[in-house]
Design a binder for this molecule. Sequence first.
Ligand SMILES: *Cc1c(COP(=O)(O)O)cnc(C)c1O
Length: 416
Amino acid sequence: MTTRHLSSGVSQSQVFDELESFRSHDVKWRDGRSFTLAYSAGAEALAVAEEAYRRFSGENALNTAAFPSLRRMQQEVVDTVTAWCHGDDATAGFMTSGGTESLVLVVRSAVQRFRREGRLTATPNMVLPTSAHAALEKGADYFSVESRRVEVGSDWRANVDAMSRAIDENTILIVGSAPQYPQGVVDPIEAIASLAQQHNINCHVDACMGGVTLPYLEKLGEPIPLWDFRVPGVTSISVDLHKYGYTSKGAGVLLHRNKQLRNDQTFVTDNWLGGMYGSSGILGTKSGGPIASAWAVMRFLGENGYLDATRSSRASTQRLAAHIDAHPDLVLRAQPDSTLLSFGTVDEKRHDVFALADLLIARGWYMDRQGPPASIHLTVNAVHASRVDEFLADLDECVAGLNGQSGEMGSYASTE
Ligand SMILES: *Cc1c(COP(=O)(O)O)cnc(C)c1O
């Protein structure tokens, strides 16, 4: 299909041969070579995810009246995530297509709440640490909300006093992350949520990364500061299942403390010729694939599966962090609170961290580059247990191979 016009159709086997041939330069994430973008709790869990996805890929969750199967799966997935987040009978949520849709809806819901309460009189703003995810910026852009970014503290956690000073009567939303993506630390959620209570505004906890890991780390006995619905003032929590839930891409959950707050998320209209139209999220037609995949993997892994995956990811993270922390030429940005970490170099001229990333990528690894400050970021999951030693040996050799060459940060460019 190299021209603009389709040729005659070909056999199934040719289609699949061609598809597989396209993969030759893709990162080998199933083998644990990627520290970003893809997650695996093993070949069996992947097979369950893919088969469930395949079976429900053509079903449409736009209207679950026609597909009670999807309604049931979605409800059971939301109920499980509610339990992870210590919600109660009032907690209400929906599945989303992932963290970005959840966060865009969080911004929209906060605008709706202000409108509903008659408080929307000027340009609304949201107050959030510089570490909070870029998708919140997307939401602010879509709904014309001013984004007030507040510098994090020296420990990379949200600076709550500075956030407090940035809040005014047009602030509709404040945000903390558990953990934040760039350095992998958990924000002081109790203090942030208490600010939200004082101002009677929404407080979102972005647990897209930590929403599966933190509950299981707590069950494994690690001291985890409170970050979920046990904290008064938290109004919503986002949890991605296509990350540490190990399900197929396109699955997240957005939970609200109660049904009224959830109503601020939904959209309903009859202002067209097609009758009453309502939807919980941004999508209209919505594949049943991610929903079935999420349900199936959660059922397959179960409590023991998630405990094992979390124990393993955490152990790998700690080995990576300890090695990097002890390395004379590397700087660990923060001790990881869960399973994300980042690091830079001591002598940035001699050891350019992006040139280091280039060398590692040339050896078949893949990772994110970020800044400021210029850093390599690792998202560590269950697939990495058997790869940590090999990665660290390559890391040491690549650092030793740096001598003043420079690299570039690049970007998450899906805009071309
Ligand atoms: C991944 C991530 C998001 C965005 O989620 P997508 O699933 O990539 O859309 C939001 N917040 C945090 C903390 C994340 O790690």
